[in-house]
Design a protein around this ligand. Sequence first.
Ligand code: NIG
Ligand code: FE
Length: 415
Amino acid sequence: MNTGPETRNSAAATSAPTSANSAVATPATAIVNIASLVTNDPSLGDESPLGLIRDAAVVIEGDRVVWVGESSKAPATDNRVDAGGRAVIPGFVDSHSHLVFAGDRTAEFNARMSGRPYEAGGIRTTVAATRAASDEALSANVARYLREALAQGTTTFETKSGYGLTVEDEARALRIAAEHTDEVTYLGAHIVSPDYADDPAAYVDLVTGPMLDACAPYARWVDVFCEKGAFDGDQARAILTAGRAKGLHPRVHANQLSYGPGVRLAVELDAASADHCTHLTDADVDALASGDTVATLLPGAEFSTRAEWPDARRLLDAGVTVALSTDCNPGSSFTSSVPFCIALAVRDMGMTPDEAVWSATAGGAAALRRTDIGRLAPGTRADLTLLNAPSHVHLAYRPGVPLVSEVWRRGVRVV
Ligand code: NIG
Ligand code: FE
């Protein structure tokens, strides 16, 4: 379909990017001469899920996109940026990270690479370091990994608590996270706190009671690590249900290390996402295909734990919506790089480059139940990345190469 820019860009019609006749209009910027533009809006481009437009332009006004289309048809604007025949994609939406932590786990990683398995209990090392850290140190750590992620094209990220595991430390983690992002997740149920090793039920009472009360004001989401060695299905249900009663929406660490009830519970509770999805039965896949829960795949974790890859192909072929994220944390996946995850997903999880780029942008947005990000269309947030490459496919074709050239967030060039 090749509809003209007039019909395609309805928001632009009510918010004209040219300011010549309007004293109050914000200056508009056109990024022109884009060899290939991923819009993730099939109606704007070639009707593929990526909504690809060749020889394209994007017009930004304030923090929004107001026009996309063929470069030769771009409206006059105050400012013009020449993309030089390179590719533009929506900013990555990293819908799963654990950035409020202190310390690192180099020794544990080293041991794993010498053959030791990954276990949920390693989280305790980070809990001790995080509890001992000052607010300033934790906030500086979040800022550091955010800068890292931004330089690699991530314009939206979710992050969690989960390394405090006391009322005060969990609430502090979420307060700090909320200084950096709106997508904040309460994960008091990461593991049973070492302080409650002899009485897990009392810890669940804490997580669903006083800890939830202290944490809910800072969070949008509630999460639980539903896994052997962490929380079983009944505990997970109690925690997610209590969170929901306080206005938090569920998401679940599910089926990462073993088969279990996490994925089906996530779908049953209409969680925004079931994250990891490495060990899935046919019933799990069917459940995901029948509901609105996104399967968020985190290949950095399988890479860093030398684990079996999640089967993205199986999920996609079943019609499941798939997101790709970093899981950035000091234990199982210490990478802030979405491009790295895209390369892994294409090489080892059966995704095509188009699917992987979609999952890291629109898929991440779906996992956060957002429609204003992860796409480039009139009215969406002007979050975009200019690649030092003619096509988004290079993200997988040239693994490990720093291809992110410029990043625009909310209409401002930040990299
Ligand atoms: O998503 N699986 C649970 N939580 C993290 C790992 C956290 C850690 O090892 O510190 C994850 O992989
Ligand atoms: Fe995680």
